[in-house]
Design a protein around this ligand. Structure first.
Ligand code: ATP
Ligand code: MG
Ligand code: MG
Length: 554
């Protein structure tokens, strides 16, 4: 087997194992905040953490970082679980930071008793003022040296709900002169009279992320806590909080950072994705244009393609922008191997084969997937009147036009060779009918000399009498800009592409009648398509996943 070089995260783990950490103590977690749906950036973090779990045969917890009741909902918890499972990963335990509220509170009381935390009762403006700037020292709060008794009393009353929001907070007593702003007496608790989706009204003080995260890792005995680079300056605080409670017989979690993954022509931030939903730029979190996992799923992406994408882009130490064409290449590669080929016409023009008998129909053999020997054959109906794509015919065609024209021959896929004879036009000069003749001896696969004749091209088609009309949704990029959310003066919403969705009526070969939600196909010569959840037997709906080639390569 091929030797894979270790990425820098794996190197950190290997080094810890060399230094004596036992493999049995390795434990990882994926810690989403349930304030939105997961996106393609999260898929990298999921693949990293669960991938390590698989490589080291170590448990990986799914931990909901649910410390902010204002933004979190059960709907998001359910969606996150569905997406992680769909990606093909299994968590060891489902955990919630809110399960640790009591433990965190008890530790906070110990902090107060040890002189490591105090209740501050100033306005947030006053505190912001005292915080200082990175180049100036902060000023200590006048409440910083409150007695332990007073702090204990106030903190307990904060918990009991005696005070309105914004009147008191609990702060860690660290160093107002630190060069790391996060160490200047950071907030541990704030009062929030809000209902929590799991703890209900049990609490009206809630721990801050920095306070809850490392301690949650410790409670779960996570050996390595991987997060994105913006948390690098938080590491000192993560360690300081652990220093106060750490028992040396236990595993001490280690925070390490990797680069956030950004994808071009979209946004990967739950807050911004929520904005797109709220402002109706899309139909919901799972709109097929969204960068969410559920949107990509509905668009026709497979778990294998998303896992492969995470693998090929790898993890990095520096932030960067990945071109969306690399994601598209992954789904194309997967569907090329697995998607059955079918015929569908999306911009139809009627073609009459004048020498084909009116009442006749034939059911011809069509190969399902030349990339997959086991895929077999199906029957497609052929008759005198068919649809072809409007762009596959040209009346006065240049020599290099390898499609149908007057007096030129093409093959109809799986069927006969036809020759263009004449056209019928409406009053405006638009072609309404093409008349052609077919060579009766030229049936594909019949082995006759006529069938082996070389013609300039092969077209897909459908028999009009047998075709199923369907709504086909054609997507373009949701943003015209490569990096819509990096502009200084303009809001990312200003770059929303107004033409990101085009809906057409397509005509599908009848074998697609039995297609079910999320089934995937290659519409020959057009691209990959999947059945949308809006689809019904009466009105099939298909989404275009991706074209056959990178549109920018052509
Ligand atoms: P968002 O800004 O979209 O809400 P977040 O980082 O706040 O992202 P969390 O739910 O806190 O979202 O993230 C869970 C985990 O996924 C964290 O460890 C986070 O670092 C990681 N993560 C989030 N976005 C990305 C990304 N674009 N690339 C890689 N990892 C990410
Ligand atoms: Mg977050
Ligand atoms: Mg965030």
């Amino acid at each position: 087997t091929e030797e894979k070089s270790l990425n820098f995260i794996e190197q950190i783990i290997e080094e810890d194992l060399t230094k004596g950490l036992s493999n049995a103590k390795l434990r990882f977690r994926f810690p989403p905040e349930p304030n939105g749906y997961l996106h393609i950036g999260h898929a990298s973090s999921i693949a990293l953490n669960f991938g390590l779990g698989i490589s080291y045969d170590a448990p990986v917890n799914l931990r909901f970082d649910d410390t902010n009741p204002a933004k979190e909902e059960q709907e998001f918890v359910d969606a996150i679980k569905r997406d992680v499972q769909w990606l093909g990963y299994k968590w060891a335990e489902e955990r919630y930071a809110s399960d640790y509220f009591q433990q965190l509170y008890d530790w906070a009381v110990i902090f107060i008793k040890n002189g490591k935390a105090y209740v501050d009762s100033q306005t947030s403006e006053a505190m912001a003022e005292q915080k200082g700037t990175p180049s100036t020292e902060g000023t200590e709060s006048p409440y910083r040296n409150r007695s332990i008794e007073e702090n204990l009393d106030l903190f307990e009353r904060m918990k009991k709900g005696e005070f309105p929001e914004g009147t008191h907070i609990l702060r860690a007593k660290i160093d107002m002169k630190s060069t790391n702003m996060l160490m200047r007496d950071p907030i541990m608790y704030r009062i929030l009279h809000k209902h929590h989706h799991r703890t209900g009204d049990d609490w009206c003080i809630y721990p801050m992320y920095d306070w809850a995260h490392g301690e949650s890792d410790y409670i779960e005995q996570i050996s390595h806590s991987f997060c994105t680079l913006e948390f690098l300056p938080h590491r000192e605080l993560y360690d300081w909080f652990l220093d106060q409670i750490y028992d040396e017989n236990k595993v001490r979690p280690k925070q390490r950072e990797f680069a956030r993954r950004n994808l071009s022509h979209t946004v990967v931030s739950k807050r911004k994705l929520l904005k797109l939903v709220q402002d109706n730029h899309v139909t919901g979190w799972d709109d097929p244009r969204m960068s969410t996992i559920s949107g990509l799923r509905r668009r026709g992406y497979t778990p294998a393609a998303l896992r492969n994408f995470a693998e090929v882009i790898g993890i990095a130490k520096r932030d960067n922008l990945i071109d969306v064409s690399r994601l598209e290449a992954c789904i194309r590669e997967d569907l090329n191997k697995t998607a059955p080929r079918v015929m569908a016409v999306l911009d139809p023009v009627k073609l009459i084969i004048t020498n084909y008998p009116e009442e006749k129909e034939e059911w011809l053999d069509a190969e399902n997937n030349q990339e997959d020997e086991t895929a077999g054959f199906r029957k497609v109906p052929f008759s005198r009147e068919i649809y072809i794509e409007r762009e596959d015919f040209m009346e006065d065609a240049p020599a290099k036009f390898f499609r149908l024209s007057i007096d030129r021959e093409v093959r109809l896929k799986n069927a006969y060779i036809i020759k263009g004879e004449s056209v019928v036009k409406d009053a405006d000069g638009n072609i309404t009918e093409i008349h052609a003749t077919y060579d009766t001896d030229s049936l594909s696969g019949s082995g006759t000399e006529a069938s082996q004749r070389k013609v300039s091209g092969t077209l897909h088609w459908v028999s009009i009498a047998h075709a199923i009309p369907a709504e086909v949704r054609l997507y373009d990029r949701l943003f015209n800009e490569e990096a819509p959310d990096t502009h200084k003066e303009k809001d990312f919403l200003e770059f929303v592409n107004p033409d990101s969705l085009k809906v057409v009526t397509g005509y599908l070969e009848p074998s697609l009648k039995s297609a079910e939600n999320e089934d995937k196909f290659q519409f020959q010569r057009l691209g990959y398509f999947t059945v949308d959840k809006d689809s019904t037997a009466e009105k099939p709906v298909f989404n275009k996943t991706v074209g056959l080639k990178d549109a920018w390569e052509e």
